[in-house]
Design a protein around this ligand. Structure first.
Ligand SMILES: *Cc1c(COP(=O)(O)O)cnc(C)c1O
Length: 234
């Protein structure tokens, strides 16, 4: 088991490196977020032993439990990448390092109000519903600027960029068009806000295409930890 996760982590990093090279980018421009939802804390610890530090969780309760269970590991960075309801904002603001699934000002305000001063600001990405599917989380492209402006005025949040889950399709052209729209908006935000450096797009099945289109963070679950028993909610 130990070697399996280490090996799969290694090949995920290799995939990133070669996709970056193909796109004339440097591999260290693209960060790997290991998505550990539904997987036990012991697997996260194995990945940590193999050098991985940033982990993504979708479900608040599950993530909080793992944060407690893995307190003994140094340097872990916890990202919430799943839907966040307002009644869960307090523990999330207290325990997570990043929230990538921020999609409304009410949630931003609650996170800002509940971030403990000793922890430093919470790092956030605005989640964009790029596919336009009603079932998907995130806000419309056209609403991003307004939310960004509100976040910029919140002292306990730092706007780092955008996150998106593209359409569930094998059509590379359609995917590429979505990635490109996100990239353009990301560049636009980068000109306005100093701390914007993160374009979180690309998962196990489309990470190479996302990197080609400027992703700076790929969120990889299955390719590192194996198939999930429970289906993802997104
Ligand atoms: C589950 C999930 C991932 C990882 O997906 P894989 O296909 O397992 O790599 C990435 N991002 C989000 C938001 C997810 O919910």
């Amino acid at each position: 088991m130990n070697n399996k996760i280490a090996d799969q982590l290694q090949s995920a990093l290799q995939t990133i490196a070669s996709a970056a090279q193909l796109a004339d980018r440097s591999a260290n421009e693209v960060k790997l977020l290991a998505v550990s939802k539904t997987k036990p804390a012991t697997m996260i610890e194995e990945a940590w032993q193999a050098g991985q530090r940033a982990f993504g969780e979708n479900y608040v309760q599950e993530g909080l439990q793992k944060i407690i269970d893995l307190k003994h590991l140094n340097g872990l960075e916890w990202h919430l990448i799943g839907p966040l309801q307002s009644n869960k904002c307090k523990p999330v603001a207290e325990q997570f390092d990043w929230v990538q699934s921020l999609d409304r000002s009410k949630i931003a305000k609650r996170l800002n109000d509940n971030r403990p001063s000793g922890k430093g600001p919470l790092q956030v990405c605005i989640q964009v519903n790029i596919s336009g599917e009603a079932s998907k989380s995130g806000i419309e492209l056209s609403e991003v600027e307004n939310l960004a402006k509100e976040i910029a005025d919140m002292p306990n949040l730092v706007l780092r960029g955008l996150m998106a889950i593209p359409s569930n399709t094998d059509d590379d052209k359609a995917l590429a068009a979505e990635f490109q729209q996100l990239y353009d908006l990301y560049k636009h935000l980068q000109h306005q806000y100093d701390d914007v450096d993160t374009l979180s797009m690309g998962m196990s099945s489309d990470s190479e295409l996302a990197i080609k289109h400027g992703s700076t963070m790929v969120r990889i679950g299955t390719a590192i930890f194996g198939k999930r028993d429970k289906p993802a909610t997104d």
